[in-house]
Design a protein around this ligand. Structure first.
Ligand code: FAD
Length: 629
């Protein structure tokens, strides 16, 4: 069968917020750009985002600015963040949100007509620009509209809408192609009919999102199989921070068919409180030492904060997600959970029914339809769910470039920005800031090339053989391997981890890797989900191995990595990044320690010494003292 071939300057893999923003930028820089996505165009995780995009616009509280946002982000990530990314993100997020409005987005407004901003965990001031609880939908709609506007411009000039930007939907990339060290293209297949496709392109931007489908209980949908992470790793790039997985504190726990579906943090941002089976508002018992001075210690103060933020501290329900998820886990383990194994989240006694329906329309609909619960009249039952991976492709903060020439990454597939824990709302703004930067980085890279890397026939033949192999054997059912992987990761490398369990998980993953080599897919190439899963398995197993190996190595608890056997945060470990590499066939995944670069002096001095002493080593504090002296 002949393989379809296309030539582009930049191929963007992924059509969520990061991919679309990168593609728009590459096209605006004059590059012929392809957008490839394995789902339908418009169906990406970004569209599911509810709460909003964090940007220090200062519309609701004029004291907000990039420095406060930067500090919150670093605190949320427990100081393991790539500080340059956190700086660029905090500085550029407002412009990226305003730009969306210029392209047609319509955010909710304040009374005086500015973009409204809502409270979210870990953000000192109301900061999330939002559209009810359907912000991601508006973001994707607007970015798609921008793509169409650019296509209309191209039509006027070239007589072809797709002359400079074209979407390849329901098309899955399975391998990146290289010429020597450099990227030369990508190989994939059409999901609908199974025919094969090669993109010949010197620059590839990965924007494939996360890895949640390696876990049983997750807020993520079927596309999140860690493809971009694995594609990068197999092409020679590095993954960092893979041990840090965010378990969102509030997923639905019942009925079983919807377990894991997200309950937006906006419920707590808008006043919802968490209670255990004894009716106790338990979060007051879980305020960690490092946050003691920032959170209310009584219900009265916490409640006053909603109307007077200047004179009161925040309610502890709005602690960063890792803290809230661990607290819920502990309450359930102590036998104080709800009947279905979660805790109660109640907004019905906190806001009038009409207000709940207005502010949280999707949540109201979701609980009514899926669980027959009316959230305006009764509490929800919620528990932690695998939601987001902080780890990903190691990139240059300014350009999104990975260490492989021609490879770029942005959005959830990239690592560093969020450190050990992401603050809610910081992903949507991350997609816009770093999507734009990666698109510009890829365009600049193409401009700087003196010759175009070639796609070699041998590499295409290898990719083809790998892709078709599951169809050519009658092996084990891929769903069985997938199911065992999901259970293993959930039970042994989940929210609380310890060495024996992680070691056991690694043994299982090793065996599953062997079994995956023999899985077979019955049927033809035409819309064959068994075949698609057989190919996705390679990616999920690789990323799971990275997560488990890094989790075993990091002997401390920080953000989205909690070790039962090392329950404290360690200043020494904060200075270390764990970096995963692999052989091109994925058989040999290694993890190495690398020193975390020291924060630039002007950023370091944005914090006071008392706070830094909770995270930094004595040696680093001495550097701080020298800087302020
Ligand atoms: P996505 O939007 O997931 O896009 C990934 C794209 O890659 C898709 O188009 C997919 O088809 C494609 N793809 C994947 N693999 C391949 C492949 N092999 N070949 C071709 N294409 C491929 N964050 C916030 O900041 N605020 C919120 O309010 C918020 N709410 C959320 C609610 C839910 C329910 C969820 C699940 C997440 C939420 N998040 C939120 C997180 C945020 O939505 C995601 O982190 C973010 O949207 C990821 O965007 P992305 O562009 O990196 O990837």
């Amino acid at each position: 069968m002949e393989i379809e071939r296309h030539q582009y300057d930049v191929v963007v893999i992924g059509a969520g917020g990061a991919g679309l923003r990168a593609a728009i930028e590459a096209r605006q820089q004059g590059k012929k750009t392809a957008i490839v996505c394995k789902s339908l165009f418009g169906k990406a995780h970004t569209v599911m985002a509810e709460g909003g995009a964090a940007a220090a616009m200062g519309n609701v509280n004029p004291d907000d600015n990039w420095q406060v946002h930067f500090r919150d982000t670093m605190r949320g990530g427990k100081f393991l963040n790539n500080w340059r990314m956190a700086e660029l993100h905090a500085k550029e997020a407002p412009d990226r949100v305003w730009e969306l409005e210029a392209w047609g987005a319509l955010f909710d407004r304040t009374k005086d007509g500015k973009i409204s901003q809502r409270n979210f965990g870990g953000h000192e001031y109301p900061r999330l620009a939002h559209v009810g609880d359907r912000t991601g939908l508006e973001m994707i709609r607007t970015l798609q509209q921008r793509v169409v506007a650019l296509q209309q411009e191209d039509y006027k000039i070239h007589g072809d809408h797709e002359a400079y930007i074209k979407v390849f939907a329901e098309c899955t990339i399975t391998r990146l192609l290289k010429d020597g060290d450099a990227i030369s293209g990508a190989f994939g297949y059409w999901r609908e009919n199974g025919s094969l496709i090669v993109f010949d392109a010197p620059a590839v931007v990965l924007a494939t999102g996360g890895i949640g489908k390696s876990y049983v209980v997750t807020s993520n949908s079927w596309e999140y199989t860690g493809d971009g992470h694995a594609l990068a790793l197999l092409a020679g790039a590095k993954l960092i921070n893979m041990e840090f997985i965010q378990f969102h504190p509030t997923g639905m726990v019942w009925p079983p068919s919807v377990r894991g579906i997200l309950v937006t943090e906006s419920v707590r941002g808008d006043g919802g409180v968490l209670r255990n089976s004894e009716g106790k508002r338990f979060m007051f018992d879980y305020i960690p030492e490092v946050f003691k001075d920032k959170y209310a210690t009584t219900e009265e103060e916490a409640d006053r904060w909603y109307t007077d933020q200047a004179n009161n501290r925040r309610p502890p329900e709005l602690l960063p997600r890792d803290e809230v998820a661990r607290a819920i886990n502990a309450e359930v383990k102590a036998g104080r959970g709800s009947p279905q194994g979660g805790v109660f989240l109640d907004v019905s006694t906190r806001l009038p029914a009409e207000e709940i329906r207005k502010r949280l329309p999707s949540m109201h609909h979701q609980f009514k339809e899926l669980a027959d619960v009316d959230i305006t009249a009764e509490p929800m039952q919620v528990g932690p769910t695998c939601h987001y991976i902080m780890g990903g492709v190691e990139v240059d903060a300014d350009t999104g470039a990975a260490c492989v020439p021609g490879l770029f990454a942005a959005g959830e597939v990239s690592g560093g920005m969020h450190g050990s824990n992401r603050l809610g709302g910081n992903s949507l703004s991350d997609l816009l800031v770093f999507g734009r930067r990666a698109g510009a980085g890829a365009a600049a890279y193409v401009d700087g090339l003196t010759s175009r890397p070639k796609v070699h026939d041998a590499a295409v033949r290898e990719a083809q053989a790998e892709a078709l192999a599951p169809l050519e054997r009658s092996g084990e059912n891929p769903y069985e391997v997938h199911h065992e992987l999901q259970r293993t990761m959930n039970d042994l490398v989940g929210i609380i981890r310890k060495a024996e369990e992680i070691t056991e998980a690694l043994e299982v993953v090793e065996k599953l890797k062997e079994r995956a080599k023999g899985v077979g897919a019955a049927g033809t190439r035409i819309y064959n989900p068994g075949w698609h899963l057989a190919l996705d398995l390679r990616n999920m197993l690789l990323v799971s191995e990275c997560v488990a190996k890094a989790a075993l190595m990091r002997e401390e608890s920080r953000g989205g990595h909690t070790r039962d056997d090392y329950p404290q945060m360690s200043a020494e470990w904060r200075r270390k990044l764990l970096v995963c590499s692999s052989s091109p066939d994925g058989s040999n995944v290694t993890v190495e320690e690398r020193p975390q670069p020291s924060m630039r002096e002007d950023l370091l001095t944005l914090f006071d010494r008392g706070e830094l002493s909770k995270y930094l080593t004595e040696e680093e504090l001495a550097e701080y003292d020298a800087a302020v002296a």
